[in-house]
Design a protein around this ligand. Structure first.
Ligand SMILES: NC(=O)c1ccc[n+]([C@@H]2O[C@H](COP(=O)([O-])OP(=O)(O)OC[C@H]3O[C@@H](n4cnc5c(N)ncnc54)[C@H](O)[C@@H]3O)[C@@H](O)[C@H]2O)c1
Length: 310
């Protein structure tokens, strides 16, 4: 079993550590303070309970899984003997650049160094003596529930590195897609951003309320999307119809403004979303943990149900 080092124990990193430990790997989880690592330990324990509630984990296994994860603030210790290092630190060019320089120095020369960056073209600025072993693995939150990992090789990433990364992720049960080359936002975030732009256009211009937009989505294309995606849908519509719809140019995408009145108003009122108990919706005093857990259990139930369909 390969040894894994995870750098950054925040929203994404603690889940990566848990998933690899569940897969039988020895894992070292690194962050800058003991306090953050203690929080990660507590979150992993809570995640395993959520998985158990959805019948996807036997809590009898928890001590063994937890024993496979070591926690350290020492990067040299974290990367010693690692076959794969995944960084999930802040989305900041300088921070990632400095970290990769250190990883190059400290990790075994044969180790693959992966970044979970959402948007950054790390291949442009990472200085490394092992360009063939650098790769982007872009996961989705919450990573122990959402199956996809987009694998994005750089111009010098070797086919062996791609194959190794793909195999190790698929062994964990992840769904992988290998993009041909880097582009900002990869696949899923580009599509999500296009939707975000349109949603904020509708809200900012008073066409509909948040609830109405969500009702429209959940009661229409969101229902068929898990079954036929967004491309196969063209087959059901028929290409002649698609061709006609393209030709009449009735739809013009909104302008990219770099801000939204609706979002700015919520931020000004401290309505930051689930973390503050209010955002577009009011969570009526329920704790962030409670709201997240309910969402996670429902997502797991839905994922299981969809997995059973032909
Ligand atoms: N949160 C998401 O939904 C999501 C989804 C996909 C990709 N990503 C990407 O994953 C990465 C991490 O995101 P996140 O949401 O987990 O961030 P986060 O802020 O929750 O956690 C980042 C962690 O990295 C630690 N850190 C910062 N610099 C460090 C260093 N030099 N060494 C060790 N630890 C360091 C911080 O202390 C923090 O605990 C980012 O690149 C982000 O774009 C996030």
């Amino acid at each position: 079993m390969e040894k894994i080092a995870i750098i950054g124990a925040g929203t994404m990193g603690h889940c990566f550590a848990m998933l690899f430990a569940q897969g039988g790997h020895q894992v070292c989880l690194n962050d800058t303070s003991e306090g953050i690592l203690d929080r990660a330990k507590r979150l992993i324990s809570a995640n395993l309970e959520t998985l158990a509630q959805a019948d996807l984990f036997d809590l009898k296994e928890r001590p063994a899984v937890e024993a496979r994860i070591k926690y350290t603030t020492d990067l040299a210790q974290a990367t010693a003997g690692a076959d794969l290092v995944i960084e999930a630190i802040f989305e900041d060019v300088q921070a990632k650049k400095e970290l990769f320089r250190e990883l190059d120095r400290l990790a075994p020369p044969e180790a693959v160094l992966a970044s979970n960056t959402s948007y950054l073209d790390i291949y442009k600025y990472v200085e490394t003596g092992r360009p063939e072993k650098i790769i982007i693995t872009h996961w989705f939150a919450p990573p122990h529930i959402i199956p996809l990992v987009e694998i994005v090789p750089g111009p010098q990433t070797s086919s062996e590195t791609i194959a190794f990364t793909k195999k190790i992720l698929e062994r964990l049960g992840k769904t992988t897609i290998v993009l041909k080359k880097y582009l900002p936002g990869f696949i899923a975030n580009r599509l999500q951003m296009a939707i975000n732009l349109e949603v904020l256009y509708l809200l900012d211009n008073g066409y509909a309320t948040a609830e109405e937009i969500d009702t429209a989505v959940k009661s229409s294309f969101a229902l068929r999307t898990p079954l036929i995606g967004v491309v196969q849908r063209f087959d059901f519509t028929g290409m002649d119809m698609i061709q006609r719809a393209l030709k009449n140019k009735a739809y013009q995408p909104p302008e990219v403004r770099g801000r939204s009145d609706a979002v700015d108003a919520l931020v000004a009122q401290g309505r930051m979303g689930v973390v503050s108990g209010k955002g577009f919706y009011d969570y009526e005093g329920r704790s962030t943990e409670e709201i997240m857990r309910k969402r996670d259990i429902n997502l797991l139930k839905l994922r299981n149900f969809l997995g059973e369909l032909e």
